[in-house]
Design a protein around this ligand. Structure first.
Ligand SMILES: CC(C)(COP(=O)(O)OP(=O)(O)OC[C@H]1O[C@@H](n2cnc3c(N)ncnc32)[C@H](O)[C@@H]1OP(=O)(O)O)[C@@H](O)C(=O)NCCC(=O)NCCS
Length: 176
């Protein structure tokens, strides 16, 4: 199967590989500083060109087995409302999870539902260890990690490609 055709489902959601037609929705949601500020990789300001190049990069990473990155859609209303993904290490046994949900759609349990499905898929791919990092004051993200059963694993200074300086993150780990 072509990895770009990968699609995961949950009771309410569809996780599918980003495509060019997602650029406008992504640019609209990700332009919000209230989303970007909590993340390491989302530039600010953020426009349609950022979304287009992100989509191209993501698709290349998936084809090269460096990441599994999905947009999240509701089953009953097509259109990306969030994202969830895992950056893979070289041998593909370990990965680092990330998630975001557009502001109007937060608080519905979508991040947990999508991330839990991705975790299940990672285990089915024989992965053995997943990590996640969140800023210490990112209460909703810390809650998602804990709800996934991830164990706190101390703090770490993580580089933040879209920010000027590394930031201290709370680290979480989950093993199969
Ligand atoms: C983190 C984020 C993805 C959560 O999305 P969401 O779909 O609203 O999350 P869910 O509804 O699945 O669950 C959120 C959990 O956080 C809890 N929560 C929400 N706001 C909270 C707050 N201010 N304090 C404590 N817990 C909070 C919810 O109660 C829920 O836990 P529960 O199911 O046990 O009640 C979303 O807030 C977001 O996109 N934030 C900006 C980007 C981001 O932070 N990405 C992660 C970077 S590490």
């Amino acid at each position: 199967m072509n990895p770009l055709d990968l699609r995961l489902e949950t009771p309410r959601l569809i996780l599918r590989v980003p495509r060019d037609g997602d650029a406008e929705a992504l640019a609209a949601w990700l332009a919000e500083w209230e989303i970007a500020r909590w993340t390491a990789n989302i530039p600010h300001p953020y426009g349609i060109e950022n979304a287009r190049s992100w989509i191209a990069d993501v698709r290349a990473s998936i084809e090269a087995a460096r990441a599994l990155t999905f947009v999240i859609e509701r089953r009953n209303a097509p259109g990306a409302i969030g994202g969830v993904g895992v950056a893979l290490d070289g041998p593909g046994k370990e990965g680092d999870l990330g998630w975001w949900i557009a502001i109007p759609h937060q608080g519905n349990g979508y991040a947990f539902e999508a991330a839990a499905r991705l975790v299940e898929f990672c285990w089915s791919m024989e992965m053995t260890r997943l990590t996640a990092g969140a800023l210490p004051d990112n209460a909703p993200s810390l809650a998602v990690a804990r709800k996934l059963g991830m164990r706190p694993n101390g703090k770490m200074l993580r580089s933040q490609p879209a920010r000027e300086t590394p930031r201290e993150t709370m680290e979480f780990v989950l093993t199969r």
